[in-house]
Ligand binder design. Structure first.
Ligand code: ZN
Length: 156
C-alpha cells in the first residue's frame, strides 16, 4: 500500500492585464456570450468561449428552463456546439466567466461536476486544453482541463 498525492498546476493572475492578448480576447468573447445567457431563474449569467485550432471561436452561455433539469450550463453549451460542429478541430483554450448584475464577478466561478465530466471526455476525445476561470480580482489558469476532475469516470 502507498499513499498517492495528486497535484495540479494552476497559475494565478492578479488582474486581467496579466493575460496575454489571445487569452484576453477570448475572455471578452466569453463575457459577451454571458451577456446573452438565458437565466431568468438564477439571474446568474455564465459565458464560455473555446478557441479552436484554426482560431475559430465557439461560445456558449447558460440556458435555464422552468423545468430545472432541462437547463444547461454555459460550458456544456459551448462544448456541445464544438462536438456537433467542430470536433475535428482541437481546442486551444477555454475560458469561463460569470456576470452578476451585468458585470464580471469579482471572484472566479468554477465549473460544476457535470461540466467537469463533459470537459474530461472532450479532452479524451480530442486532446486536453488549458482552461481559464476569470473574475475581476482573480484569474486561474489550469494547463489541463482534466486537472479539475482527477480520476474522472471513463467507460472504457
Ligand atoms: Zn455545469
Amino acid at each position: 500500500m502507498k499513499e498517492l498525492i495528486l497535484k495540479i498546476a494552476v497559475t494565478e493572475f492578479d488582474n486581467l492585464n496579466e493575460l496575454n492578448s489571445l487569452e484576453y480576447e477570448l475572455l471578452n468573447k466569453a463575457i459577451k456570450a454571458a451577456g446573452n445567457a438565458y437565466s431568468p431563474y438564477s439571474n446568474f449569467k455564465v459565458g464560455s468561449a473555446l478557441l479552436l485550432h484554426d482560431n475559430r471561436v465557439v461560445t456558449g452561455n447558460n440556458q435555464e428552463n422552468a423545468a430545472f433539469p432541462a437547463g444547461i450550463c454555459a460550458e456544456q453549451v459551448a462544448l456541445s456546439n464544438w462536438g456537433a460542429n467542430f470536433s475535428h478541430l482541437s481546442i486551444k483554450l477555454m475560458v469561463v466567466v460569470a456576470l452578476k448584475n451585468e458585470k464580471l464577478t469579482d471572484e472566479v466561478i468554477t465549473p460544476c461536476g457535470e461540466c467537469r465530466q463533459v470537459m474530461a471526455e472532450v479532452a479524451m476525445r480530442n486532446g486536453d486544453f488549458p482552461l481559464i476561470l476569470a473574475g475581476k480580482n482573480r484569474i486561474l489558469k489550469f494547463e489541463k482541463s482534466v486537472d479539475l476532475l482527477p480520476l474522472s469516470f471513463m467507460n472504457k
